[in-house]
Design a protein around this ligand. Structure first.
Ligand code: ZN
Length: 389
């Protein structure tokens, strides 16, 4: 048992979010997600009178939660033209992405921006040992009383956002990881599927900001799929099983471990691509080198990357045809193939889509482990600001 690293949080820590709840919460959320906004614009968006809005914002400004966007709190609250913003430095959150090998941790502010990042290796999958390791890295990162929550993202499912029902990479079944971590840190802890967490971060602070319906496809060790419908991240008990990973994308592709010919896992993932490249070249070739070789015109690398990009294009087109999102965000630590194989990707999307269909809005976002960990932090952030007063 490690000591509670956050037990020394001083009295009078960060300001409470909106204990008033109700419309005050709506005001604070609108400023957090769409700000900075003038009071006039806020009143218009929330369909409130100027007088009601001033009454609601006054205590939020006095508490230091909202500030004039010049950066200084204005307790007179009497300048309706001056934009209001959330003081993003007022609160911080730790996010941790767990893989089978490491815990990638970040500290983010109230605006979802990454302030610091750190990674530690895991030498055991034993839950108490992982919790000890995560608590220590969180304590190192979160050397500030502004930290009010921890989020954990993993390839698995936690229906109550605390107990991990299943996490294949860690070989966990019914592990009360949220509890183990809360005991060690003294902070509220939220556990979420990693793709759902990444999707939540894109929804509030990323490429999905302001969209009601969008999809996220991730490529890395596996293939992940996240969906926001009517402004909510879709969750399901089967998240974490990697179902989309076995979607067929190439009838002539290699076999996956489950025996599917040319499924997304066999065609797109980092392990599959590096294995094929290494076999062809007779030496170990990593993912970054594979991309460089493809760009330099190495025939084997070029063909592998283009075939993978065409496969990704089929998956993108299928998602677009079946769920009709306003945007598809491509990310993950193995998404470089979407850029290096950009022409093949676009060609494949065009081939699979009806020529009369709307032009697809596809955005490629960097997807390293910092971004995965940020997703976990944003889940903790959402839990904090949406928690009922
Ligand atoms: Zn498969």
């Amino acid at each position: 048992m490690v000591p509670k690293p956050f037990a020394g949080m001083p009295e009078g820590g960060p300001p409470a979010w909106t204990p008033e709840g109700g419309t005050a919460l709506d005001v604070a959320l609108e400023v957090l997600l769409r700000g900075p906004l003038s009071r006039a614009e806020l009143a218009r968006r929330l369909d409130l009178s100027q007088a009601t809005l001033s009454r609601l914002t006054k205590p939020l400004v006095e508490r230091g939660l909202l500030v004039e966007s010049t950066g200084r709190a204005d307790t007179t609250a009497g300048r309706p033209g001056q934009p209001l913003d959330v003081d993003r430095s007022s609160h911080a959150f730790v996010g941790v992405k767990l893989t089978g090998e490491a815990a990638h941790a970040v500290l983010v502010d109230l605006g979802g921006a990454v302030i610091a990042a750190r990674t530690v290796d895991l030498d055991s999958h034993e839950p108490d040992a992982v919790a000890d390791r995560v608590a220590l890295v969180a304590a190192e990162l979160a050397d500030t009383p502004r930290v009010v929550g921890i989020g954990v993202g993993l390839g698995g499912h936690s229906p109550d956002r605390s107990t991990v029902r299943i996490a294949p990479f860690l070989d966990w079944h019914d592990v009360p990881f949220g509890e183990l971590l809360a005991e060690r840190t003294g902070l509220p802890c939220v556990v979420e599927n990693d793709v759902a967490a990444l999707t939540a971060a894109e929804h509030w602070f990323g490429a999905g900001r302001g969209l009601h319906t969008f999809a996220v496809l991730t490529v890395g060790a596996g293939v992940g799929y996240g969906l926001v419908v009517h402004d909510r991240v879709r969750t399901h008990p089967d998240m974490g099983l990697g179902l989309v990973g076995h979607f067929p994308v190439d009838p002539n592709g290699p076999l996956c471990a489950e025996g599917h010919r040319g499924c997304a896992t066999a065609v797109l993932t980092i392990p599959s691509l590096t294995r094929q490249a290494s076999l062809a070249h007779g030496r170990r070739i990593g993912y970054d080198e594979l991309m460089v070789l493809a760009e330099q015109g190495d025939a084997v690398a070029r063909q592998l990357v283009d075939e993978a990009a065409r496969g990704l294009g089929r998956l993108v087109a299928a998602v677009a045809n079946l769920t009709m999102p306003d945007r598809i965000v491509l990310t993950g630590e193995g998404i470089a193939l979407a850029t290096v194989g950009g022409e093949a990707l676009q060609d494949s999307i065009d081939r699979e889509r009806d020529p009369r269909a709307s032009v697809l809005d596809v955005v490629v976002r960097p997807g390293d482990f910092t971004q995965w960990a940020r997703g976990a932090a944003v889940v903790a952030l959402q839990d904090f600001v949406l928690r009922s007063p």
